[in-house]
Each structure stands twice: as C-alpha cells, then as structure tokens.
Design a protein around this ligand. Structure first.
Ligand code: SF4
Ligand code: SF4
Length: 95
C-alpha cells in the first residue's frame, strides 16, 4: 500500500464551514505588536498569513482544530479560540 504524504492525507478531510460564526478570530491590533508571529509557521493548515500591507490575515475555513495557534501565541487576547458549533468543523477521513 502506498504511503501517503501529510498533504495527501489532509486532502481527504472534509470541512463543514460555519459561514455565520467564526470559531477562531484574531485581534489585528494586537497582532501588529507581535514581532515574531509564530502562528505563521506553526499552523499546519497555513491559515495565518500576511497581506501585502503586512497585516495579519486569518481564514478559519480550513482549520484542523489542533489548537497549535493558541499554544504558540504569546499575546494575551490576540486569539479568541473555540471549537466550531455542533455539526460544523473538520471531519478527518484518513487517520
Ligand atoms: S502569534 Fe498571536 S499575536 Fe502574534 S501574530 Fe499570531 S495571532 Fe497575532
Ligand atoms: S487550530 Fe490548528 S489548524 Fe486551526 S488555525 Fe489554529 S493552528 Fe491552524
């Protein structure tokens, strides 16, 4: 049996995105004061990014609910983190 890469395994996941309520939000004002921005490198789904103006952007739609961002972020209040409501969120299809 072929060994799958992490990217291939993640490709099996299905997301039921809650369009009405983000389960994670960021405070861009606080992020502006963060010099190292570890979330950029720690999020396995690469959901934290910088736009052309150098502002932090975040898209909760592909979140794996791993909690890594809330662990690596050292700025209190920068991330509001909750699990998605009821039927929403990621469904892992391959381990
Ligand atoms: S680590 Fe926290 S404060 Fe720093 S950019 Fe990321 S979310 Fe913002
Ligand atoms: S919980 Fe995990 S996948 Fe979701 S945004 Fe945070 S680091 Fe990324």
């Amino acid at each position: 049996m072929k060994k799958l890469s992490i990217e291939e395994r993640l490709g099996f996941n299905k997301f039921n995105v809650d369009d009405d309520e983000a389960h994670i939000t960021i405070n861009k004002e606080i992020c502006r004061t963060c010099t190292e921005k570890p979330c950029l490198y720690a999020c396995p789904a690469l959901l934290y990014n910088l736009n052309e103006a150098g502002e932090m952007t975040f898209d909760y739609a592909g979140c794996l609910e791993c909690g890594t961002c809330r662990v690596v972020c050292q700025k209190q209040g920068a991330i509001q983190w909750n699990y998605p409501r009821g039927i929403f969120g990621v469904q892992f299809r391959y381990g």
